[in-house]
Design a protein around this ligand. Structure first.
Ligand code: HEM
Length: 117
C-alpha cells in the first residue's frame, strides 16, 4: 500500500503543477481566466488529497499520520478553488478576479502543506 500512497503523492504534485502552472502561464496575458489546466489540477488535488487521507487514516502506511485540522482547512480551500474554477470555465475571459483568487488560494494551500506541522 506504501507504493500506492507514494504514487498518489506524485499525482498530488502533478495536480499542483497543473493548477499553479495554469495560473502562472497567464501572468502576462491581458485575457486572464480559468484554463483547463487549472480546473483539472484542482480536481486532481481534491481526489488525490482525499485518497491520501483515506489511506493514512486507515493505518495502511506505517508512520503516516493525519492532522485533521490541517486537512480540514486544505479541503475547504480546495473546494472553494474548485467551485471558482467551475464558475470561471463557464465565463469568457478576462476573469482577472477569479484567476487571481485561485492562484492566491493555491499558494495558501502550498504554504499550509509545508509550514503547518
Ligand atoms: C490546492 C490544493 C492543494 C495543494 C496546493 C496541496 C499541496 C500539497 C503539498 C505541496 C504537499 C507536500 C507537502 C510536504 O510533503 O511537505 C501536500 C501533501 C499532502 N496533501 Fe495536499 N494540497 C492540496 C490539497 C489537498 C487536499 C484537499 C487534501 C486532503 C483532503 C490534501 C492532503 C494531503 C496529504 C495527506 C499530504 C501528505 C502527503 C505525504 O507527504 O505523505 N491536500 N499537499
Amino acid at each position: 500500500m506504501e507504493f500506492v500512497y507514494n504514487a498518489l503523492v506524485v499525482l498530488h504534485f502533478i495536480g499542483l503543477a497543473s493548477l499553479l502552472g495554469g495560473f502562472l502561464v497567464q501572468m502576462k496575458s491581458p485575457e486572464k481566466g480559468v484554463n483547463p489546466a487549472m480546473l483539472h489540477g484542482a480536481l486532481v488535488q481534491l481526489v488525490t488529497g482525499v485518497l491520501l487521507v483515506g489511506i493514512a487514516s486507515a493505518g495502511l502506511v506505517p508512520g503516516e499520520e493525519v492532522d485533521h485540522a490541517k486537512i480540514t482547512v486544505k479541503l475547504v480551500i480546495v473546494l472553494i478553488i474548485t467551485a471558482l474554477a467551475f464558475v470561471g470555465r463557464r465565463r469568457t475571459p478576462p476573469q482577472v478576479a477569479l484567476w487571481g483568487a485561485i492562484g492566491a488560494l493555491t499558494l495558501v494551500n502550498v504554504i499550509i502543506a509545508v509550514f503547518w506541522n
